[in-house]
Design a protein around this ligand. Structure first.
Ligand code: CO
Length: 136
């Protein structure tokens, strides 16, 4: 099996309880070139992407109490939620991960921010880190 080529760390996802407060706190020190806010509709999350060179911080804030980010903050507090790695082909990466016994959390790629394709792999497969395959 040809392995999957990791192309870049596109972003690091950070769970925050208050999005505007988090943007203010991160911006107190850093002069970000771009801050882009977005709703991640079906998932009960609003987000802000803070540009750092060619990668980003993705601040994730729950908009409803039963979503994944709300649950994460309740159980573990604010902090790093996932690391996103750009791969050439999300579906191919998912198939190869499954082939070697990893627990891929998505049946098929979900639409990530900015119409990117995305899929998550269980933290058990990566020593405690929730990994996101991302195609842009
Ligand atoms: Co992400």
């Amino acid at each position: 099996m040809a392995k999957v080529k990791p192309l870049a760390i596109t972003h690091v996802g950070i769970a925050v309880a208050d999005l505007e407060k988090a943007i203010i706190d991160y911006s107190a020190l850093f002069d970000f070139d771009k801050i882009e806010r977005m709703e991640v509709g079906g998932e009960g999350v609003k987000a802000a992407m803070l540009s750092i060179g060619t990668s980003e911080l993705e601040l994730l804030c729950p908009t409803k109490e039963n979503g994944a980010i709300a649950k994460f903050i309740r159980e573990r507090g604010e902090g790093i939620h996932h690391v996103a790695i750009r791969v050439p082909d999300v579906v191919d990466a998912m198939e190869k991960a499954k082939e070697i016994g990893m627990r891929v959390l998505d049946e098929k790629p979900r639409s990530g921010a900015r119409s990117a394709k995305a899929a998550f792999v269980h933290p058990k497969s990566f020593h405690g880190v929730l990994l996101e395959f991302y195609d842009r």
